[in-house]
Design a protein around this ligand. Structure first.
Ligand SMILES: Nc1ncnc2c1ncn2[C@@H]1O[C@H](COP(=O)(O)OP(=O)(O)OP(=O)(O)O)[C@@H](O)[C@H]1O
Length: 328
């Protein structure tokens, strides 16, 4: 077997789309036909080993749906998912089972991810038992190692979930996700239910685990300051589409899409000379009824007539992509 190519993404989405049916009354269905909500609309994104790509955007922009689609937890309606270059979009059976081992999810609420009636040691051992890995003794030793790795002490293992804090429980979920030595991890707002300082420790733990195991990490968040430190690249999503992506420092220093500028402007800056962009007007439109052309145009301070008529093409300058008619 050839050595893996470091530049080859662990996982890549090519023009991936996910749609959901919109349930409407019979009269409307007869008038307009069956409607669909385009939660993810032609998204292309790749994550390499030891790399963190952050996906940011307001609630409802399709971030979680995209992350789940990469893990085969939502069905892709169009486009492809590649794992180490292989098209795995239609994987089933043993291949899908193997892929499930190699790709894991940590999501927002650790309480919802854990069976409350099991001891912590059994929670962490679940995937090892499910995939029938190792003998009972080996699994016991492995659970101890995993606990140490994520900063839990051996005493935590003989407790029940309700005896642990939110931060400790999120460490349990991370240990469980790492048990099968995945190559790709989706972290979906993993600090959203935690205090700021505990959340910061969890972010550091993700960075540690990424570096130690060479994980490809997709980190989903609506919090730009958090991801600016953690991520190598940031992609900004709005109503199903990536509107801008760039290396993290470049995106923060030189945001080119008005939506990214608005997201950054809502973050307090220490620099007193910093000019604030006007906040985006109004609410995010209904995802089942997106504006024509550029979906952001109804809230955009720079909107022009062309924005209603044409979907902006992706402009690529080096590693910086922006899809906006007004971006120069
Ligand atoms: N199972 C589903 N059935 C129907 N619509 C769905 C389903 N899951 C998500 N949606 C819709 O798809 C759109 C994208 O949702 P998604 O949860 O992916 O966004 P998000 O950016 O992750 O938001 P949040 O930060 O609130 O989780 C939303 O309009 C949501 O209501």
């Amino acid at each position: 077997m050839n050595a893996p190519d470091a530049a080859e993404p662990v996982i890549a989405a090519d023009n991936l789309s996910v749609r959901f049916p919109v349930h409407t009354g019979l009269r409307e269905r007869l008038r307009t036909g069956r409607r669909q909500l385009h939660a993810v609309d032609g998204v292309s994104l790749a994550v390499r080993a030891s790399e963190t790509v952050a996906l940011i955007g307001e609630s409802g922009s399709g971030k979680s749906t995209f992350g789940k689609a990469l893990l085969h937890l939502e069905t892709a309606h169009a486009g492809a998912i590649r794992f180490h270059g292989d098209d795995v979009t239609a994987a089933t059976g043993d291949r899908l089972r193997e892929l499930r081992r190699r790709r894991q999810l940590v999501f927002q609420n650790p309480y919802a991810a854990i069976n409350r009636r099991r001891l912590i040691r059994d929670v962490i051992a679940e995937p090892l038992r499910y995939h029938q890995l190792g003998r009972a003794d080996d699994r016991r030793a492995r659970v101890h190692d995993l606990a140490g790795l994520v900063g839990l002490s051996p005493e935590h293992l003989d407790r029940y979930p309700h005896e642990l804090s939110g931060g400790q429980l999120q460490r349990v979920v991370i240990a469980r996700a790492l048990a099968l030595e995945p190559e790709f991890l989706v972290a979906d707002e993993p600090t959203a239910s935690l205090d700021v300082s505990v959340g910061a420790q969890i972010v550091n733990l993700f960075a540690d685990m990424r570096d130690r195991f060479g994980l490809a990490l997709l980190y989903i968040s609506h919090d730009l300051p958090t991801v600016a430190h953690l991520a190598d690249r940031i992609a900004v999503m709005y109503l199903g589409r990536i509107v801008e992506s760039a290396p993290a420092a470049e995106l923060v220093e030189n945001p080119r899409h008005p939506y990214t500028q608005v997201l950054l402007a809502s973050v307090p800056r220490r620099d007193p000379g910093h000019r604030r962009t006007a906040p985006a007007r109004g609410e995010v439109p209904d995802a089942a009824d997106r504006p024509s052309g550029c979906h952001f145009r109804t809230r955009c301070p720079l909107a022009m007539p062309v924005c209603a008529e044409q979907v902006p093409a992706a402009q690529v300058h080096g590693e910086h992509m922006v899809a906006c008619h007004a971006a120069t």
